[in-house]
Ligand binder design. Structure first.
Ligand code: SF4
Length: 363
């Protein structure tokens, strides 16, 4: 635990006092136990004036309009733009982090933009974004800010999306996911060894979150697994992961296998070959999962959505562009009438593959 000066902060939720005088943060399974002035592993939560505070409320590393497919979400308002932002810090320590400049950042280095929840919701409406995503770093660690932004968005009819590793405590799950309309949860591997060695986390805690979101909330759920050569890409591990999803969550939860590129503290591994993603997709489909995708590579068939019953191509995709649409206004297959799970409008959005930065007035 690091002891440093604390800047702007708001009272944090989910913590309790210990008999030895420390306070324990219960927001995530790491359960940091803090003396006065110390910060937790995520760096953005700290003990100040004898309570846990969030030190990054209202501060962001920047705002962007992205395609919703980039989160990735393929069954949630396809073709629309999503106003995306992150803060700083993370509660996992993944050696292969693909966003390390943000997740490993100290708040004061990166958080140059300030915006109230209402200002973000207003900017989403004005820019035509259908949703706001908490992304780039894990929103669990800035729960108080994310939940307030989500409430402001709901007031003006904008949806909310959490892109997260799902490493959150049991007590905090209802508030966090209750505020979100959709989530993409990283399932980083399928062994405790992988989580312990490469992320200093625990697989079981993430599986509990996945089960909770699917069975206890109305939040739309998709899952992403980044396949790293030699670490989590064996057919056996992909098969075990897919079988767990099929058995515990059912065939309709979309699963994305995405390509790793060498980064942060894992630069000795090669990028994931496209053939690995295709193999993983085939394995997952053989277990019965209906909506399995490849990501971070050019693969039109692996990124398109097919009817789970008749096989009709429902949504064609070329990277983030929608090239084909065979859903009726109720989200049913135009060929056989089977409902495609997710949230769809009568027509796809036309945002395409663009990425645009956005500046937001603070108040
Ligand atoms: S949210 Fe941060 S301070 Fe709280 S337990 Fe997790 S890493 Fe520690």
């Amino acid at each position: 635990m690091e002891s440093i000066d604390i800047g702007v902060s708001v009272p944090g939720r989910y913590w309790h006092r210990l008999a030895d005088g420390r306070v324990q943060c219960d927001l995530c399974p790491r359960e940091c136990k803090l003396h006065e002035g110390q910060r937790g592993l995520c760096f953005v939560r700290a003990r100040k004036s004898d309570q846990i505070v969030l030190t990054t409320y209202g501060r962001s590393s920047g705002f962007c309009l992205d395609p919703i497919e980039k989160k990735p979400l393929n069954h949630f308002l396809p073709g629309t733009s999503v106003l995306s932002f992150g803060t700083a810090g993370c509660n996992l320590t993944c050696k292969f982090c693909q966003n390390w400049d943000i997740s490993k950042a100290r708040a004061d280095d990166r958080l140059q933009q300030h915006a109230s929840p209402e200002a973000i919701a207003r900017a989403a409406v004005e820019s035509g974004a259908h949703s706001v995503a908490f992304t780039y770093n894990d929103p669990v660690i800035f729960l108080e800010y994310a939940v307030d932004v989500a409430a402001a968005c709901r007031e003006v009819g904008v949806k909310t999306v959490a892109v997260t590793a799902g490493y959150i405590g049991e007590e905090a799950r209802p508030e966090f996911f209750g505020a979100m309309d959709a989530t993409n949860i990283d399932l980083k591997g399928f062994t405790e060894d992988f989580y312990r060695k490469l992320c200093t986390g625990s697989l079981d805690a993430v599986l509990d979150t996945l089960y909770y979101v699917k069975h206890e909330t109305k939040t739309w759920l998709e899952i992403t697994t980044l396949l790293i050569p030699g670490e989590n890409d064996s057919s056996q591990e992909v098969s075990a992961l897919s079988e767990w999803v099929m058995k515990k969550l059912g065939p309709d939860v979309p699963l994305h296998f995405t390509a790793f590129h060498p980064d942060w503290k894992m630069r000795d591994k090669p990028p994931t070959p496209p053939s690995t993603l295709t193999r993983a997709r085939e394995i997952a489909r053989r277990t019965g999962l209906r909506y399995v995708y490849t990501g971070n590579v050019h693969d039109e068939s692996g990124q398109s959505t097919y009817c789970g019953v008749c096989g009709e191509r429902l949504i064609g995709r070329d990277w983030y562009d929608i090239t084909d649409w065979s859903l009726d206004a109720q989200g049913r297959c135009a060929a056989c009438g089977e409902l495609c799970p997710g949230l769809f409008e009568s027509l796809p959005g036309r945002w395409g593959a663009r990425r645009a930065s956005l500046s937001i007035e603070a108040a």
